[in-house]
Ligand binder design. Structure first.
Ligand code: FAD
Length: 195
């Protein structure tokens, strides 16, 4: 799994939003106060776009359930042959660490790849041939979100009971965000504070 930062807007919009809200030119400790007061909507003045590569479609299905303050563009399986990449599927770690299970898993994926190629050789278009491919198929997604929707995503997907792959995505994204100016705000977020 790789996350590439495509673009990020400055935090100026959030700071200016708070100045408008409080009718003051300068407000001390703006980031801390937004999180303390739960003034969440002000965080929507900043947005970020990332490209996520090498996640499964099982993971992207979960990702695109987040509807508010976000937009997604996903690689098309109608125009792109997923088997172009020889490592075209994700192996869940719990399967990868057991040789016997991994062997069975890889064999099943190879059968699906053969079936896909068979349909393609028989002039079936990609949009139909793909029906035999699994959730394990790797995909690429470009995702734009604002800081408020990101915090809500973290609330739900950094939790221990979140599924491992989307939790890994959330953790990697959190680590990435903390290397940007957004850290000035995100550092004040505490799990379960955003509801
Ligand atoms: C551990 C876990 C397990 C899950 N299991 C399943 C599952 O088995 N099946 C499944 O289908 N999904 C499942 N989900 C996905 C979950 O149901 C949500 O779709 C997903 O987490 C996005 O959350 P959200 O709707 O709050 O976010 P967003 O779509 O970003 O919405 C943000 C908030 O806006 C408000 N909102 C959005 N749309 C509306 C609307 N139309 N009307 C009123 N208010 C609205 C709500 O307050 C919502 O919380 C799971 C999620 C998690 C974290």
């Amino acid at each position: 799994m790789e996350i590439e930062l495509i673009q990020i807007t400055p935090i100026t919009g959030i700071v200016e939003g708070m100045k408008t809200s409080r009718r003051k030119d300068h407000i001390e400790k703006i980031p801390e106060k937004i999180f303390k007061w739960g003034h969440w909507s002000v965080l929507e003045h900043s947005s970020m776009t990332v490209r996520i590569r090498e996640i499964s479609r099982a993971c992207s299905h979960q990702l695109v359930r987040h509807r508010i303050g976000v937009t997604f563009t996903q690689e098309s399986q109608r125009y792109f042959d997923p088997l172009m990449d020889p490592n075209w599927f994700i192996i869940p770690p719990r399967i990868a660490q057991n040789d016997e299970l991994k062997q069975k898993y890889v064999k099943a994926r190879n059968r699906e790849a053969d079936e896909y190629r068979y349909y393609r050789e028989n002039k079936i278009p990609k949009e139909d041939a793909r029906f035999c491919l699994p959730n394990a198929c790797k995909t690429t997604v470009t995702w734009t979100f604002n800081m408020n929707s990101l915090i809500w995503f973290f609330e739900q997907r950094l939790k221990k009971d979140a599924q491992w792959e989307i939790r890994m995505l959330a953790q990697k994204l959190f680590d990435l965000v903390m290397t940007t100016d957004w850290k000035e705000f995100i550092q004040y977020w505490k799990p379960k504070s955003r509801r």
